[in-house]
Write a protein that binds this ligand. Structure first.
Ligand SMILES: Nc1nc2c(c(=O)[nH]1)N=C([C@H](O)[C@H](O)COP(=O)(O)OP(=O)(O)OP(=O)(O)O)CN2
Length: 137
């Protein structure tokens, strides 16, 4: 099996609801998100053109998460934050790096890559240069 990867950098705010320490505070990261796609080679010898990964997945990040604040729908602070800024993004998970990676692979990938014959099989979400979470199908 062949795989191709492409990363994209976004700035995003979040808090980890229930975190024992400083990550329960509102804060942000310059995330590096690496997409890994798998599939058969086309007649030119590509899994998928790198520009299609950009168009389908990196642009999705720009439009939905970049320069936005991610808040879990069940976070007790969600209503207060939404009343301050209706552009706060409600997500159906506590926004740890792990959960962001899983959401991208299981929800966003299948929607965005529908019809391409290619699957998003892994996503690495780097919160800082020291810390990365990965979800793999
Ligand atoms: N497994 C996970 N652990 C943590 C996550 C996560 O998503 N998955 N997230 C956080 C926080 O978001 C936090 O901002 C990062 O924590 P931490 O590495 O402790 O903080 P720093 O980058 O500031 O590192 P220092 O070396 O302490 O300065 C926490 N954990």
């Amino acid at each position: 099996m062949f795989t191709v990867t492409r990363y994209h950098d976004i700035s995003c705010g979040h808090r980890v609801c229930g975190h024992e320490n400083k990550c329960s505070h509102l804060h942000g990261h310059n995330y590096r998100i690496t997409f890994c796609c798998a599939g058969e080679l086309d007649s030119l010898g590509r899994v998928i053109d790198f520009s299609v990964i950009k168009e389908k997945l990196c642009v999705w990040l720009e439009e939905h998460f970049d320069h936005r604040f991610l808040i879990w729908t069940e976070d007790p602070l969600a209503d207060a934050l939404l009343s301050l800024d209706p552009k706060v993004v409600q997500v159906p998970f506590n926004p740890t790096a792990e959960n962001i990676a899983e959401y991208l692979v299981t929800v966003v990938g299948p929607e965005q890559l529908r019809g391409t014959g290619v699957k998003l099989i892994r996503c690495d979400v780097e919160e800082t240069r020291k810390c990365t979470a990965t979800f793999t199908l």
